[in-house]
Write a protein that binds this ligand. Sequence first.
Ligand SMILES: Cc1cc2nc3c(=O)[nH]c(=O)nc-3n(C[C@H](O)[C@H](O)[C@H](O)COP(=O)(O)OP(=O)(O)OC[C@H]3O[C@@H](n4cnc5c(N)ncnc54)[C@H](O)[C@@H]3O)c2cc1C
Length: 470
Amino acid sequence: MFDAVVVGAGPNGLTAAVELARRGFSVALFEARDAIGGGARTEELTLPGFRHDPCSASHPLGINSPAFRAMPLDRYGLEWVHADLPMAHPFPDGTAAVLSRSVAETAASFGPRDAGPYRRLVEPLLHRWDTLVRDFMSLPLSSLPRDPVGLARFGVNGLLPASRLMRRFRDERAPALFSGLAAHTIAPLNGLATGGIGLVFALAAHARGWPVARGGSQAVSDALAAYLKDLGGEIHTGYEVKRLDDLPPARAYVFDTSPTALARIAGLGRYYDRFRYGASVFKVDYALDGPVPWTAKEARSAGTVQVGPYRSDIGRALREASGGERAPETPFLITVQSSLADPTRAPEGKHTFWAYGHVPNGWDGDLTDAIERQLERFAPGFRDLVLARATMGPPELAARNANYVGGDIAAGAAAGLQVLLRPKLSLSPYTTPHPAVFICSSSTPPGPGVHGMSGHNAAKAVWRRLRDRS
Ligand SMILES: Cc1cc2nc3c(=O)[nH]c(=O)nc-3n(C[C@H](O)[C@H](O)[C@H](O)COP(=O)(O)OP(=O)(O)OC[C@H]3O[C@@H](n4cnc5c(N)ncnc54)[C@H](O)[C@@H]3O)c2cc1C
């Protein structure tokens, strides 16, 4: 009899397992794939020597995660490495707005009229960032807020749709960059709390940057797994769980899976029937013969580059991907240049390049040409550098990971209240009607991203219940 069995070795499953093992519980973890990591993997997808991150690549949430920061992951090989700039957002005139570690440099890149409003928006929150990030990543109520005033202050702006929050800006550059930040929700810019999501990404950059993991995102998973094993936890791969009976006896079962799969596996009937999945992405991993020839010099030294360019373009692309049947003709792109900061990713002089555009859930077309047309606008000559490419649309994403239903990489739409309260409208999102079954995936708060905080919060719910029972 184990104290806890965890299903799924993504960042949240691994974190939940570590948190429980750290408290002295016996833990076993079962993963369907042959390798651990879920959305934090690294593979030679194109050519030998090119190490690509098929899913997550950029880690503003990882480096700022209160759960990860409380673990000795550096001792298990995790090293965050930074490009000169966290992010750049180029425009057709060859200039770029930037998200820098420095608020002043960022504000200056927006132009004189929007520098002040940006500073007034972020500086008061940045001063209380460490408590703020812990408080909002622990909502709803998995622990009492340490700084309720700061949290309330964040909520005043953070609950607003991005479209509303951006009204304070007068020119085009700040809203363009901010729309790209809010677009990480993969939802229209007028959705509840999309402003808050944009703010979190900006604050994360100013606080600690947007790094990549040296050697690839797999290093995050491998460090968590090595720590878990040191704490006495067991990990079994190549073991897809279809029914609770597939698992050894345990006092608690913790699922790093979609709510839909959990309902099926644990016999929860229609409990999660109202849960909604959202839009997907079309992802391309490139092996390049040299660095991306961005026209804007700032983009040449940025870890992440957003290709919009403007608020209206980004808003349209998000609306089309979220609502429609067809993919946007001009997609908004998020791109990551991992090998700029981490030369271990590619042979000398060569580069890896990561890009995706948003597409509707379940869409089965090929967005490669539209993505490369966008890239050529801002980096003429890009196509000439391509040595090889690997593509993944919604069907391939869903086949790679059962949590990405219809290719929804956020494991749930950021629509309406579901952006905050998921997978149910409940103050206890990690528990289920089955007293021994819990859910810890990114379908629970605080939502998608490699930060482990869903696993951390769920582990608290588990150990409280185990403690109460004993
Ligand atoms: C293309 C893409 C780009 C992304 N980019 C970023 C980024 O740059 N930065 C960032 O922070 N985040 C990014 N993300 C999101 C991030 O990867 C996820 O939010 C995060 O991995 C979620 O962690 P998780 O542990 O909840 O689930 P996952 O990482 O999805 O892991 C779930 C695990 O459970 C396993 N599993 C599922 N069902 C079963 C079963 N029945 N039996 C056994 N095992 C099962 C799966 O195989 C998987 O290993 C990206 C995701 C994708 C797909």
